[in-house]
Structure formats: C-alpha cells, structure tokens
Design a protein around this ligand. Structure first.
Ligand SMILES: Cc1cc2nc3c(=O)[nH]c(=O)nc-3n(C[C@H](O)[C@H](O)[C@H](O)COP(=O)(O)OP(=O)(O)OC[C@H]3O[C@@H](n4cnc5c(N)ncnc54)[C@H](O)[C@@H]3O)c2cc1C
Ligand SMILES: Cc1cc2nc3c(=O)[nH]c(=O)nc-3n(C[C@H](O)[C@H](O)[C@H](O)COP(=O)(O)O)c2cc1C
Length: 446
C-alpha cells in the first residue's frame, strides 16, 4: 500500500509555492519594464541600448528632468510603436549603434516596422543623443537614421543632434547643458562613470595550448581591498590598459561572485603590424602579478538572465564567447536549473576544447541537458556552430516551443550573423524578431 510521508509532501508543496512566488515576482518585474509607455509622462526618454550605456544615460536624463519638476520617464525603444509616438509630445532619444551601423537588438522591430511606415509626427518635439564609435565606418548610424526619419516626418528638433564618440565627456556635457535648459535647473549632478577599482591578477591559465588560433587566457582577478563587488552572470568588466587609458576595453565576466574571483577569458589580439593589442597584450602577457589592473564591473542588463531565469536556456557561441555563456550556465546550475543546452564552436578538438573537464562534468551530472560542439578545422568540411543549429532544428524548435530563451556570445563577424540566419531558418524570421524584441533572444557579440 502507498504511504504518504507528510514531511516530503510538505516540503514539495513549499517548493511549489516558492517556485510560483518566484514566477510571479519575475512576471511583475517583466510587466513593469515592458509596460507600454503611452503618453503617461510629459517627457519620454527613450533608449536604444545594447550593452547598457544608453540606458544608463537615459535614466540619468530622466532624473535630471525630474529635478526641475518635469514628469519624465525612461523607457526602452522596444516599447515604442506608432500609437505611442502618436500620443507623445516630447521625446528625448539616446541611441547607440551596433553591428555595421545597425540598430541595437532591442530596436530591431522599431527600425524595421515603425520606421518603415510614414506617420505624421508634426505634433512631436524631440532631441537626439547618438552614441557611437568614430572608428566604425557608419558612425552613429542608427541615431543619425532615426534623427533624419523624425525630421522627415514633421517632428521638430529641440536642438541639433549630438554625436558621442566613445563616451566623449565634451559631448555629454553639451547634452547636460540642454537638459539643464529644458528643466530650468543649473545644478544638474555629475554623470561621471563609476571609478575604477585596483585589482591584481591572481592567476593566468592558457586555455588552448598548441592552438592554431591566437592564445586564449583565463585570468582570475582579485580586488586589492579583498572585497569582491556584486555582479550578475552576463555582466561585463571594463579594463583601462596603461597604453590606452582613455578607451577602456570590455570583457564578458566568466565567473559568478560565489566563486570568490572575477574570471575573464581574454584572446591575445595581434594587430596587422604584428604588435599585440593594447589591452589584451597587456593582460595576457605584459602585466605582472604585482601590477595594478584598473577594472570596473558594468551591469549588462540585456544579457542577464532576468525574466528568462525560469525558462530553459539555449546558449550558443564560439571562442572567448564561452566566458559569458559559462557565467550564465554556472549561475543557473547553482540555482538548480538544469534545462540548459550549450552549442559551442571552436577550431580543433585537440587544442581548443575549452573548459572541457567542467563542461563534461556538467553534462554527465545532468546539469547540462545537452552539449553540442563543432570543431571547424577537424573534419574535411568546415563545420561551425551555426551548422549545429541547423542540424538540431527539430529539437531546437521543440525547446523554443517549451519556452526556451536563446543567448549568443562571441564573434560578431561570422558567428553571430551565421547563427542569426540559421535561427531564422529553423524558427522563422517572425519568431526570431519577436524573441529579439521581447528579450527571449539576447546577444553579447563583439
Ligand atoms: C561587449 C563586449 C564584450 C567583449 N568580451 C570579450 C571577451 O570576453 N574576451 C575577449 O578576448 N574580448 C572581448 N571583447 C573584445 C575586447 O573588448 C577588445 O576589443 C579586445 O581585447 C581587443 O582589444 P586590444 O586593446 O587588445 O586590441 P587593440 O589594441 O584595440 O586592437 C584591436 C584591433 O584593432 C585594430 N587596431 C587598433 N589599433 C591599431 C593600431 N594602432 N595599428 C593597427 N591596428 C590597430 C587591429 O585590427 C587590432 O587587431 C569584448 C568586446 C565587447 C564590445
Ligand atoms: C560590436 C560592436 C559594433 C559597433 N558598431 C558601431 C557602428 O557601426 N557605428 C558606431 O558608431 N558605433 C558602433 N559601436 C559602438 C557603440 O555604439 C558604442 O560603444 C555605444 O556607446 C554603445 O552603447 P550601449 O552600451 O548603449 O549599447 C559598436 C560597438 C560594438 C561593440
């Protein structure tokens, strides 16, 4: 006869309630962020951001307007559509540019659907802060395109568009000057980025000895004061290298705080003239254990698990992209979430089987439900991670139908585009666009 153990049932019920509570909390967070922006606030501060700079500036912009008593709200461009444009009267845009002059992922739907139409915007006043990097051919491409589109359809610029080259302080000061004018305040607070901390390299391991590709190192870093800052899986570390302190380099954090160190996977870059990259050369070979590494942690909201924490996870990437994916997987495994699938590509199994022991241990213990690897230089035909996506089409569709989120980390050139096309083939372009817009498909590609 079946016996009922009240303790086990009580425990199971408590677990169910805790799980439902977590789901409800995450859903509320999601609704609050994705609430249509409507015309509720007098001033909308709309950001199109990939790695968070535009979002950070939008929040500060809204706060500065608020100081002057204006009703202002920051909102992601993914929540802006033709009807919200029709209902709004004043919008400040802060837009970054990605890929090769493209809109950030969260702006993809706005850029194709809303900007593909020709609404009358003559009731609208707007300002534009375009973030970019002047070393790219299409400097501030998306900000410029949106600025031109607004004017073309009758909207009135409150002032000339401001282009910001790699966070240039003078351009940001100009934007703040306009804000003070709009808000009628002269005491706008300083917007300086957080200060760097002093760190030291506690360990440096070559992850791919004998590789035909450039060396990839795992760096373990510890803050000088011994107190690790908080971060979440998906976040970035910015390093200021002695050879180029004005232009910090971003690295995906490969560890979670519970591991007691901040790990990076850094590829040693070689420039065309054979000299090592300013930051990667220093981190991988130049810096001694006694040298101070200036580092700050940067929240990367669009690559965190966020409301996807309760979904199955499909992690796809290549090369140093394993850093971001490894942190996400580790965070989930620590939380007891085992519906994880990693599809990963590198060159040769003999030399580039990165983190092999750990990944196989996760797979064998069931913490990683699936592990699919593509080694492009091993077989007769080149096989990349996008080929794994196509080969596993049926299973991938099933995971997505079951609610899975997709996270991509690694090379923009080759990998991200190839995987994106493969996903469109497997899931349909419409589904991929919808997942991109609602945050179920997230990318950290560079
Ligand atoms: C969101 C994000 C996450 C990232 N995550 C990682 C990561 O996890 N791991 C990782 O390894 N990298 C990562 N990167 C890339 C990283 O930020 C750096 O771009 C990379 O390390 C190269 O920087 P560097 O200073 O070593 O090279 P640089 O000195 O900047 O040189 C890089 C390239 O620029 C060109 N170049 C620049 N200056 C010159 C010059 N004077 N002469 C000739 N050529 C020049 C060359 O093509 C060279 O190969 C990430 C980037 C982003 C944006
Ligand atoms: C992979 C990648 C591609 C980029 N492409 C462009 C580009 O084509 N044009 C440009 O002006 N800036 C480009 N940038 C620079 C970003 O727009 C700039 O760093 C911006 O400040 C990022 O803001 P965000 O953190 O809000 O996304 C690129 C940056 C990265 C990492």
């Amino acid at each position: 006869m079946m016996t009922i153990d009240p303790l086990r049932w009580g425990g199971a019920l408590a677990l169910c309630f805790a799980y439902l509570g977590l789901c409800a909390g995450l859903w509320r967070m999601h609704l609050a962020k994705m609430r249509p922006i409507g015309a509720a606030a007098d001033w909308l501060v709309v950001y199109a951001s990939q790695t968070g700079s535009a979002e950070f500036l939008a929040e500060r912009t809204a706060a500065t307007l608020g100081l002057g008593g204006l009703d202002a709200r920051a909102a992601c461009i993914s929540t802006l559509d033709a009807s919200t444009l029709a209902g709004a009267s004043r919008i400040l845009f802060i837009c970054s540019t990605y890929g090769e002059g493209d809109a950030p992922d969260a702006a993809a739907r706005f850029a194709t659907q809303t900007m593909g139409a020709a609404p009358d915007l003559s009731h609208l006043h707007f300002g534009m802060l375009a973030l970019g990097d002047a070393t790219y051919a299409n400097y501030c491409g998306f900000g410029r395109a949106l600025d031109a589109w607004m004017r073309e359809h009758g909207a009135t610029g409150l002032f000339e568009r401001i282009d910001v080259d790699r966070g240039a302080p003078a351009a940001l000061a100009q934007w703040q000057h306009h804000l003070s004018h709009l808000a009628g305040t002269s005491d706008a607070p300083d917007w300086e980025a957080p200060a760097y901390g002093a760190w030291r390299i506690a360990g440096r391991t070559l992850l791919n000895p004998g590789s035909a590709g450039a060396p990839l190192y795992r760096l373990a870093l510890m803050p000088d004061d011994g107190v690790l800052p908080m971060w979440e899986a998906g976040d970035l570390a910015q390093v200021s290298a002695p050879a180029d302190p004005a232009h910090p380099r971003e690295y995906s954090i490969a560890s979670v705080p519970g591991e007691g160190e901040l790990a990076l996977f850094v590829r040693l870059q070689q420039r065309e003239d054979g000299t090592p990259g300013a930051a990667s050369g220093w981190l991988c070979t130049g810096a001694l254990e006694t040298d101070t590494v200036l580092l700050r942690v940067r929240a990367h909201a669009r690559f965190r698990l966020g409301e996807n924490a309760i979904r199955p996870l499909i992690a796809i990437g290549n090369g140093s992209g394993l850093a971001g994916l490894r942190a996400l997987l580790k965070a989930r495994i620590d939380d007891g979430m085992h519906a994880n699938w990693l599809l990963f590509g590198e060159r040769n199994a003999a030399h580039d089987h990165l983190c092999r022991g750990e990944l196989e241990e996760w797979r064998d213990s069931g913490a990683l439900a699936r592990l699919d690897l593509a080694f492009s230089r091993d077989g007769a035909a080149e096989r990349y991670v996008q080929h794994l996506v196509l080969a596993q089409a049926r299973l991938l569709r099933q995971w997505v139908q079951d609610g899975a989120a997709i996270y991509i980390c690694g090379s923009l050139q080759g990998m991200a585009g190839g995987v994106h096309d493969a996903l469109a083939e497997v899931l349909g372009q419409h589904m991929v666009d919808a997942m991109l817009a609602d945050g179920r498909y997230r990318r950290d590609v560079y």
